[in-house]
Design a protein around this ligand. Structure first.
Ligand SMILES: [Zn+2]
Length: 153
């Protein structure tokens, strides 16, 4: 299951990507463009805008009630069971798929010195080429996330 989020769901989009869910998000996009992309690419629309729900012929659309990103994740979990959508981890910035950096030397110039010294596993975004590493806060975020999405299992 793939998604496209409306302009009001930027934070949710980032969290979903971080979890490994394919979510397109553009901060300035018109409704009709969202609908076009959703139809072309078979994506479900995530929206805070009830206007979408009133549009005829729009089946794949999920209305998100809450303003809070964690409640939004819970809503989605209840509606569709998020764990089934998780695939490759994705770049929170651009939705590109991560790949593991096999030789640490490759990314030396892209990360701060202390990060290079203290970490051994790095990932790189296949689209925007941003380099990521597993910090302790990432670990905590992921624990919180699996808590949220896995509660039914
Ligand atoms: Zn990226």
């Amino acid at each position: 299951m793939k998604f496209i989020a409306d302009a009001m769901l930027g934070r949710l989009a980032k969290w979903l990507r971080f979890l490994g869910i394919d979510v397109l998000y553009y901060s300035d996009i018109e409704d009709r463009q969202i609908i076009r992309i959703a139809k072309e690419q078979g994506r479900t629309i995530l929206t805070r805008d009830t206007g979408f729900l009133r549009r005829k012929g729009l089946k794949d659309c999920i209305f998100i009630k809450s303003d809070n990103v964690f409640e939004q994740l819970s809503e989605l979990r209840e509606r569709i069971g998020l764990d089934k959508c998780i695939q490759d981890r994705r770049c929170p910035i651009c939705n590109g798929v991560f790949f593991i950096v096999s030789a640490k030397e490759e990314i030396r110039e892209f990360v701060p010195d202390h990060v290079y010294r203290n970490h051994n596993s790095f990932m790189k975004c296949s689209d925007c080429c941003k380099v990521y590493w597993e910090g302790t806060h990432h670990q905590r975020i992921r624990e919180k996330m699996s808590d949220i999405i896995g509660r039914n299992n």
